[in-house]
Design a protein around this ligand. Structure first.
Ligand SMILES: NC(=O)c1ccc[n+]([C@@H]2O[C@H](COP(=O)([O-])OP(=O)(O)OC[C@H]3O[C@@H](n4cnc5c(N)ncnc54)[C@H](OP(=O)(O)O)[C@@H]3O)[C@@H](O)[C@H]2O)c1
Length: 295
């Protein structure tokens, strides 16, 4: 893993012979994620294995509170998406993202989960990818406790139909109860089945569907402010259209698949393309790991 951006002459000049955790950051710092072990110094220009702590620092959420990050969901609330795409824009192959992912992508995937309070995911991704509950990982236990987080993020499944297999471990045996975000008009028998399995059903829409902005508010009301969505494309498209996405963590996989796979965000296009800025770019084995923030 090595950092391709931010890297400037100024950064390198300021950090001669820096080692992880000792790098100067100064004016180039963009908040958490570029200081300490995730610094922008020379050590990160060299291709080498990064520790999970370094990855966690590189992907830290903006600080909450008045001086920190303020996302579209309000002060201290930050919604990021983590998605992988091939060079030709495919967001899946044979209905799954695993064939277009790689080892470093999976490490970052796990790190992003470990930083999050809640992982928001569309029901089709849960069905297709066989979602399981998030694990508690010893490597992140201390940091999560210090951040006031439970041992693992909750998974929040967005569904109108509630056509989900409630006998799966995702619903019956998560560390933290799985949430189901749905509309007020959801079928009562499906709501009852979800609750009987142990899930917590949260209404975030007046009809059968979920209003994305209301979903964010509902999660914040439950105490979740570090939000992560793992898609899929139909859900991500709505979050983009609703203007509630603060950051996209995008893996560009060095693969071509052709075909007619979905790209990472679908649904109706927005009226005006939304501009994001590149905050960081990492590379490993030809995979590019970008962080883009809303401007
Ligand atoms: N490249 C990547 O990083 C990535 C990431 C994730 C997934 N994927 C791939 O994407 C594919 C699945 O994605 P997808 O776009 O088809 O589906 P999706 O976004 O995961 O899920 C769509 C489903 O979510 C529910 N939903 C979405 N918006 C809703 C709303 N506003 N209110 C209520 N429910 C809502 C509906 O569930 P109900 O039908 O239950 O009502 C809908 O059918 C899979 O092949 C997966 O491998 C790729």
């Amino acid at each position: 893993m090595r950092r391709l951006f931010p890297v400037t002459d100024e950064t390198v000049a300021r950090t001669p012979g820096g080692t992880p955790g000792e790098e100067g950051v100064g004016a180039l710092a963009e908040g958490p994620g570029t200081d300490g072990a995730g610094g922008v110094g020379r050590a990160h220009l060299v291709d080498r294995e990064w520790s999970l702590a370094e990855l966690a620092a590189a992907y830290a959420y903006p600080e909450t509170g008045p001086a920190g990050g303020s996302g579209a969901g309000g002060p201290g609330v930050w919604l990021r998406a983590n998605m992988v795409s091939t060079l030709d824009g495919a967001g899946q192959h044979d209905g799954r993202s695993q064939p277009i992912s790689g080892a470093a992508d999976m490490r970052i995937f796990g790190t992003l989960r470990a930083l999050a309070d809640v992982v928001v995911v569309g029901a089709e991704t849960v069905r297709q990818e066989g979602y399981r509950p998030a694990r508690a990982r010893a490597e992140f236990a201390e940091a999560r406790e210090a951040a006031g987080q439970g041992p693992a993020p909750a998974i929040a499944v967005v569904s109108a139909s509630l056509n989900l297999d409630f006998t799966l471990p995702l619903f019956t045996s998560p560390l933290v109860p799985t949430l189901i975000l749905t509309g007020a008009a959801a079928a009562p028998d499906r709501v009852a089945a979800a609750e009987k399995a142990g899930a917590r059903v949260v209404v975030a829409g007046d009809g059968v569907g979920v209003d994305p902005a209301r979903a964010v508010r509902a999660l914040v009301e439950l105490g979740h402010t570090r939000l992560l969505t793992e898609g899929g494309p139909r859900l991500l498209g709505q979050l983009v259209a609703a203007g509630v996405l603060d950051e996209l963590c995008l893996t560009v996989s060095p693969m071509l698949t052709a075909g007619d796979a979905q790209r990472i965000a679908g649904g109706p296009s927005v009226a005006v393309p939304q501009r994001f800025e590149l905050a960081a770019l990492l590379e490993e084995e030809g995979f590019l790991f970008g962080r883009y923030r809303r401007t």
